[in-house]
Design a binder for this molecule. Sequence first.
Ligand code: ADP
Length: 545
Amino acid sequence: MNGLMMDMPLLISDLIRHADRHHGDTEIVSKRVEGDFHRYTYRDAHTRSRRLAKALAKLGVKMNDRVATLAWNGYRHFEIYYAVAGSGAVIHTINPRLFPEQVIYIANHAEDKVLFVDLTFVPLVEKVAASLKSVKHIVVMTDRAHMPTVTPASPMANALCYEDLIEAEDDKFEWPTFDEKTASCLCYTSGTTGNPKGVLYSHRSTMLHAYAAALPDALNLSAADAILPVVPMFHVNAWGLPYSCALMGAKLVFPGQHLDGKSLHDMFEQEKVTMSAGVPTVWLGLLNYMKEAKLKFSTLKSTVIGGSACPPAMIRTFQEEYGVKVLHAWGMTEMSPLGTVATFKGKHTGADKETKYAVQYKQGRVIFGVDMKIVDAEGKTLPNDGKAFGDLLVKGPWITNSYFKGEGGDPLRDGWFPTGDVATIDPDGYMQITDRSKDVIKSGGEWISSIDLENIAVAHPDIVEAAVIGVRHPKWDERPIVVAIKKPGAKVTKEDLLKFYEGKIAKWWMPDDVVFVDQLPHTATGKLSKLTLRGEMKDYKLPNT
Ligand code: ADP
């Protein structure tokens, strides 16, 4: 016997329809590529998304067709999110920080039909356009006055103007209804090894994730919030915020390409932002700027930090010096991305400060929908005792089942998705990432966590950023070394930094060396690229070997 409830599929178009009907005058503010601020409301966004949906149909975009973007966080990108998925097509957000060859590879692999591009990325598109086999139309996300001037021979010579497309249509358009399992968005993983792989979300998975992410013990979103996603809309859909914010009716503030400390702080203050989200590298820039300029936040209450381990020192600085609560979160592209968030339980009420910090340093506990376990090399489940560590496996309705076009075969292990992370889970269900399995340092048959060693290095007052990698050792197989950037003018020596480790770790975890550098390599999503670093350090020899 079926229940007698209305049969309504979970569709992304319902989010923007809801935001229009029930939060119609709530603002969406964008710092534009053109330099100025743009302000409008969810109602305006819904109107323009419908006009864009009509324009897409005229360009020949059909159900399941892929429509790509190379764009910053902004209102036009937001409209494309809804117009494309709402029409039953698939939005493919390309990371513009990828190398041109990778952009070509994924656009061809995805068979993108239309490509929307922000003005910033016009030079990139000019470089790659001739190699994009399936793209029929390129649309520049600007108005007529700002359209780039190009030579008649340029691949951009026939590019369309975004505002012209919108102008030409009215909003007499009803979102179509279709199966909620229909694909909605496509994101490629950065592919640290091999080619990038496509993760294909559905309307159902996106909607369930949007609900779950908004919960109090997840990102704790509300209609009373003003939210500035620093995490790009080309990086796992800005962690789902463009959906969850519409679901809650929260004000959205889009920073465009202006991600430096000053621009961000100005926007936080001007738009009375209460909540934000981004990777540790971005916050590093903001905190350094604020310290130098002696600034505070007047409205910011919390920020989500994830994408790579948030150093304990950063959590403490945010909370103690700026009164901003840190939500340490973990996830991955294959998980839409949210898996765990480090929020407290009832038992922590009244707990002392250090006990609470110990909770927040971990990556957190699962939000309902996700299940997780750790296993050993034979696949045997390990205990949740906070000590045993093993491969972290996950399952849930917003977790990848297989990659686009079956790339790489079946990724699952007995119905669970292997995350490639090594972790512990404690009896209260809090998970802590020890390392990515590729980065863990194997010394004398035991494992050393590079994340733990990095966290200690960046807690030193003279260190800005640090990476710890394993280097070949004739006896121990691998030994850890610290590659670090000093603060400008700082006098810290190798010996000082090693001394700083004493008493904080087991003796055999002590790094064998410290190398100071001016820069560390980062991936297209702003994380430390240890793969590149290991390449850069390939001629390095450990002292005394
Ligand atoms: P890519 O790095 O390829 O862009 P993702 O953005 O999907 O891919 O990265 C997912 C990975 O990032 C996770 O598997 C994990 O290793 C790492 N990660 C994400 N959040 C955290 C966190 N809070 N702490 C430690 N590692 C994290």
